[in-house]
Design a protein around this ligand. Structure first.
Ligand SMILES: Nc1ncnc2c1ncn2[C@@H]1O[C@H](COP(=O)(O)OP(=O)(O)OP(=O)(O)O)[C@@H](O)[C@H]1O
Ligand SMILES: [Zn+2]
Length: 607
């Protein structure tokens, strides 16, 4: 419970929580236990088996049901008198408009993607409702997800209780071939040899399932696309059939290993994709040949060598597909061994920090807002590093009205390229409206009349210079998103040529905080162990692993730093400033600051 002095503010507050996943479950519980009595939850997802290990409000029997609704019911069991209103919906839906946001005293995010975060930030800004942002991300954080996938989904599916619900089933049942719907791809056909079986499973989970996921374009608009991996791409020579276990320990399950025969000795080495592939196939085949009686009721055990080998290989192949750095068997074993504990603990800490900030916001205690990093390796016994919120980003196009400059070939680029690459992908607009002076050249929304809509459709296929009101060098376009109540001006500068490698979009937008590539070369080796998302934020990541804050998340932080509850922001809004490249980089400097930055203060948890 919050201390008495806070109680009044807390009791009277109406809170919107967006996202009821890993952080959201913890957050809802902490809000309820801290005395909040009016909480609305938006989450668009249903519960999956892979959520159960850390989204503790959910149980096996809830798989397939709305997260928002089940989370509500679970919390009402121990706080029956409070009001919790669930919405099983996308926060970007038009019904969650500015009027909707205005009813809340504070908004708290438990989201997992930049797109939704940006959208919520803008609505909060427009509705003048404070937003508390949070996140647990990092390159190794992502690897943790690959390990969870390998262990809780794939390993469980192949060697565990077959009757259990499993997301991998869901995916394979979406097979285009309807006649195969009832077949379990993971079953070995009676006449199928082991080699074929292994390859088939491999191609299915790393190739086909990824293709299937890619076909949902909406998912990948704001995320790095994974790469399907097929066995023939990795091992064209097919020279991988080996028996790796040691003959002299034939009866000791724990000692059966795929590594020796493949020439892999040190558990500290990071295997190549080809080596991981060989380990995957070899371990699968050894399970079937040597441990057939275990199959069907195997549970992952970190002391089971073959299980760890299989999970390491599968996690690494998946990581490789998603452009995430691979890890050694030794590291993977550690992660797989205590994953539940670590991930859940971090989420609980973050949830606590969010509630602390929410209480400060409700009390108007804005001098004490903090952005708190949860450190991977506690320094001098300090796990949390609170710092003062960033200054508002002067070149933020969301709050500063700075014009943006777009270099583009107006004679070859179509309006469609501009809408997709700039307006949607870079500016993150949902229902954009594009104007050239008083001429409307494009608009998105449900209520557009047919003839107008077909006009827009024609415009999309025209190059900029040939639009009814031609867009050429010097044109200023006004781009608005009415739903987000966001407007910005874009100055067009014609440019003939672009460097295909450095400027793959064929256009360059400046005057905003560019989202840098998620450069994989800079993984856990970095000196930085700081990670956060957002302004005065509670943040962290799974404690098990190294951290490096993603640059894309930095952009998000700067976007969010314009939240109306931040003092610096209102100044920013009154005095729009010119673009200054140094300002753009300001935020990024933090990235390399080691945890001993001078601003740190001790924090006391009062929840
Ligand atoms: N646009 C959106 N509208 C509503 N809810 C959203 C939106 N985007 C994401 N979410 C929700 O935010 C939650 C994020 O939680 P979390 O990061 O734990 O992800 P997850 O999908 O549950 O698990 P994981 O990604 O780790 O497998 C999810 O429940 C997801 O449904
Ligand atoms: Zn801003």
């Amino acid at each position: 419970m919050a201390p008495d002095s806070d109680m009044e503010a807390v009791k009277g507050a109406k809170v919107l929580m967006v996202g009821a996943g890993g952080i959201g479950c913890e957050l809802l519980k902490t809000l309820a236990l801290s005395g909040f009595e009016d909480i609305h939850i938006i989450d668009m997802d249903t519960i999956e088996v892979s959520n159960l290990n850390r989204q503790f409000l959910f149980r096996q029997c809830h798989v397939g049901q709305s997260k928002a609704k089940v989370a509500r019911d679970a919390v009402l069991k121990f706080r029956p008198h409070i009001n919790i209103k669930p919405y099983h919906a996308n926060v970007k839906n038009p019904e969650f408009n500015i009027e909707f946001f205005k009813q809340f005293s504070v908004v708290v995010n438990g989201l997992d993607n930049l797109d939704a975060r940006r959208h919520v930030n803008r609505l909060c800004l427009a509705a003048e409702v404070p937003l508390i942002e949070s996140g647990t991300t990092g390159f190794l954080g992502q690897f943790v997800h690959c390990v969870v996938w390998a262990k809780d989904l794939l390993f469980a599916k192949l060697f565990g209780d077959k009757s259990q619900e499993n997301d991998l089933n869901v995916q394979s049942s979406a097979s285009v071939d309807a006649s195969k719907n009832t077949e379990d791809v993971f079953e070995r056909n009676p006449d199928e040899d082991l080699e074929n079986y292994g390859q088939r499973i491999y191609d299915h989970v790393f190739g086909y399932n990824i293709e299937l996921a890619l076909s949902n374009e909406e998912t990948w608009r704001q995320r790095e696309k994974p790469r399907p991996i097929y066995i023939n791409d990795v091992l064209p020579e097919k020279s991988f059939q080996k028996n790796g276990y040691l003959e002299n320990s034939i009866d000791v399950n724990m000692a059966i290993s795929a590594m020796p025969a493949l020439g892999l000795k040190s558990p500290q080495d990071i295997w190549s994709l080809a080596e991981n592939t060989k380990v995957f196939l070899e371990a699968l085949s050894l399970f079937i040949k040597k441990r057939v009686k275990d199959i069907g009721n195997l549970m992952f055990d970190k002391d089971d060598q073959l299980a760890v080998e299989f999970v390491t290989a599968a996690a690494n192949i998946r990581a490789s597909s998603f452009g995430i750095p691979m890890h050694s068997l030794f590291e993977t074993k550690g992660i797989a061994g205590n994953i539940v504990h670590a991930v859940a603990t971090t989420n609980a800490i973050i949830a606590g920090l969010i509630v602390i900030e929410a209480i400060k916001v409700l009390q108007g205690d804005f001098n004490n807002y903090r952005m708190t990093y949860c450190l991977e390796f506690p320094k001098r016994k300090m796990l949390l590093m609170p710092i003062e919120p960033f200054e508002a980003n002067k070149s933020c196009y969301v709050c500063s009205e700075t014009p943006l400059i777009l270099e583009i070939n107006t004679r070859t680029s179509k309006l469609r390229d501009f809408v997709e690459k700039i307006v949607r992908n870079k500016l993150g607009m949902n229902l954009p409206l594009i104007m050239h002076g008083a001429n409307l050249i494009f608009e998105d929304g449900d209520d557009i009349e047919e003839d107008v809509a077909s006009n827009y459709a024609r415009n999309l296929d025209k190059v900029l210079a040939e639009l009814p009101s031609p867009v050429t060098s010097g044109t200023v376009l006004t781009v608005e998103d009415l739903q987000q109540e966001l407007t910005c001006n874009i100055i067009i500068k014609h440019r003939e040529e672009f460097d295909e490698e450095k400027e793959p979009d064929g256009m360059v937008l400046s005057g905003w905080t560019e989202r840098a590539n998620d450069n994989q070369s800079s993984n856990g080796e970095s000196t930085s162990s700081v990670l956060t998302n957002g302004p005065y934020v509670a943040s962290g990541k799974p404690l098990v692993s190294g951290t490096k804050r993603k640059l894309s998340e930095m952009e998000e932080a700067s976007d969010n730093s314009c939240n109306p509850s931040s003092k610096s922001n209102s100044a920013d809004r009154e005095n729009p400033q010119q673009v200054d490249d140094n300002d753009v980089l300001d935020d990024l400097v933090i990235l390399e600051v080691p945890p001993e930055v001078p601003k740190k203060k001790k924090v006391q948890l009062s929840v």
